[in-house]
Design a protein around this ligand. Sequence first.
Ligand SMILES: Cc1cc2nc3c(=O)[nH]c(=O)nc-3n(C[C@H](O)[C@H](O)[C@H](O)COP(=O)(O)OP(=O)(O)OC[C@H]3O[C@@H](n4cnc5c(N)ncnc54)[C@H](O)[C@@H]3O)c2cc1C
Length: 408
Amino acid sequence: MQVSGRNEQRFHPDEVSMPANIIADYEVIIAGAGPAGLATGLHLMRRAPGLAGRTLILEKARHPRPKLCAGGLLPDVFNALEVLDLDVNEVPHVRTNWANFVYQERGFRMHAIDRDFAFYVIRRNEFDAWLATKARERGLEIHEETAVTGMHVAADGVTVETARGVYRAKAVVGADGALSIVRRHVMPREPTRVARTLEVVVPPRTGEAPPHPADEATFEFCEIPGGIQGYVWDFPTQVNGEPMRCWGIYDSRIDTGASRGNLPEALARVMARHGYGPDDYTLESHPVRWFNPRAAFSAPRLLLVGDAAGVDVIFGEGLSPAFGYGALAAGALIDAFAAGDFTFADYGDRVRQSSLGRALQWRVDAARRIYTLRRPQLQRLLWRRMGFLMRPFVNTFLINWTKRFPWG
Ligand SMILES: Cc1cc2nc3c(=O)[nH]c(=O)nc-3n(C[C@H](O)[C@H](O)[C@H](O)COP(=O)(O)OP(=O)(O)OC[C@H]3O[C@@H](n4cnc5c(N)ncnc54)[C@H](O)[C@@H]3O)c2cc1C
């Protein structure tokens, strides 16, 4: 079994020097053309096309680019895409009819309250490329293979350094993911609050235990007593039209003082029960930065969205938050340009007080309670006997936040 990491970056604020040659001037630069950056651009285009026309999205890769992610699209993503007049059925997907929440294979299942499925599963290379195409079709400018390597914030604007030259803008949106460079300018000395994940995509297989049904997803919490503050997932997916399974493990690490379980071993234990040996797959890892209500979400001329700002700690669900952050950032930018005030002083409150911020806070509270219960009897009780309480709790507090969201 091999473990490889992606997106490793090093950045030292002291190394940033003032630029000599500005190659282009924009009102807004968005660093990162993932869902959060593209959603910010699409909301700007919807609400302030003039400003969106003077906005540039810088992306270090080229779409379709790989992105480690299980690709589960919750109903909140569907609601968010409807606001943008986008239909995800245009993207290859697998419909997951039930989500099972289990402890040692027994528990309860649920699907969305107002839809006849639990969620869709997409491949991120396909979904993100589709979103980028839509953004371009609507007039947004994206420069690919242009990684942001440094920034300098001054009283009158921000200079953004890239491998291709230096850009200037009045405001910069950090949509550059969990290892955000922009975030390091907003909070240079922040303690790390990231979840760890491992993921593999494998062909369906029958093992000692019956395989999970082809159209169902499973969240297995049996590794919590062993020190994994999260779950092992098994989602149906597809690669180039072929049915596959996406397995992975999520460890929130919300209790920073607790002893830690071994991620590869924990995932291997659960996968072995389904017929997969460690030589059958190569693990990949990428962090998920989770929402911390006390963190900064902005600094003068800088805004954070998506993983750069912080997403769901309990499941690592970041795709619906990406769209909520995008709408909030677009609103903050429109107001800043109208007032000529780029302090973004109230952006953190806008995030925290929105239904997105409140749902993310509920998830922090829930994760603190659930993932610190390390006695097996308690975990068994929670997932096998408390489904009647967990279902309404999930539907009311953790998801469906998009229905109460001020899309603007
Ligand atoms: C293993 C795993 C499984 C997951 N499963 C799910 C799931 O099933 N459902 C769900 O909702 N969420 C899931 N997530 C979370 C989800 O993937 C993220 O929350 C989501 O990708 C956040 O979107 P984003 O646009 O903020 O960041 P990203 O998707 O990371 O996009 C950031 C973009 O910025 C670019 N970039 C990075 N640095 C620079 C730079 N210096 N200059 C320019 N561009 C840059 C990157 O190339 C990338 O295109 C998972 C995460 C992981 C790690």
